[in-house]
Design a protein around this ligand. Structure first.
Ligand code: RP5
Length: 162
């Protein structure tokens, strides 16, 4: 199976981003995680993105806050799918990161999840890899079934209280 690369702009992003890594572990997806910055380590970030495909990576997740150019900078340097996580925080609590991540120019997409949406970034990465992996697709189906069962149990509990 191809790896998922989980990239964050700062170690301050890690407490949120680790939820993506936990989800990848749950699905048994190989991953690597790195701190790279579009602004503070631009050369290293571009080199990582440019060589990602030859390094057996299938999907790249990029988390960044404020003037969040990390996902866009990665997307500019690879044709692998890039998923952006805009991070809450800063003077406008993530609105800047959301717009910086989602408003990409035509032809260079970034699939943007919600503010701090680390778990969904990992699930989306899994769904992309599962296009050509039946075993992983079965794990995704099982996770959906488990979610449905949990909601049904909560509804039954609610009904008992009415
Ligand atoms: C962004 O700036 C990072 O992704 C982080 O969300 C934010 C703040 O970074 P630090 O100043 O905490 O390193 O580049």
């Amino acid at each position: 199976m191809k790896k998922v690369a989980v990239i964050m702009g700062s170690d301050s992003d890690w407490p949120v981003v680790k939820a993506a890594v936990e989800q990848l572990k749950d699905f048994g997806i190989p991953y690597e995680a790195h701190i790279l910055s579009a602004h503070r380590t631009p050369v290293e970030a571009a080199a990582y993105a440019s060589s990602a495909r030859e390094n057996d990576i299938g999907v790249i997740i990029c988390a960044a806050g404020m003037a969040a150019h990390l996902a866009g900078a990665f997307a500019a340097n690879t044709t692998l799918p890039v998923i952006g996580i805009p991070m809450k925080g800063g003077a406008v609590d993530g609105l800047d990161a959301l717009l910086s991540t989602v408003q990409m120019p035509s032809g260079i997409p970034v699939a943007t999840v919600a503010l701090n949406g680390a778990k969904n970034a990992a699930v989306l990465a899994a769904q992309i890899l599962a296009v050509s992996d039946a075993e992983l697709a079965a794990k995704l189906d099982a996770a959906r079934a488990s979610m449905s069962a949990q909601i049904a149990a909560k509804d039954a509990k609610l009904q008992a209280e009415l």
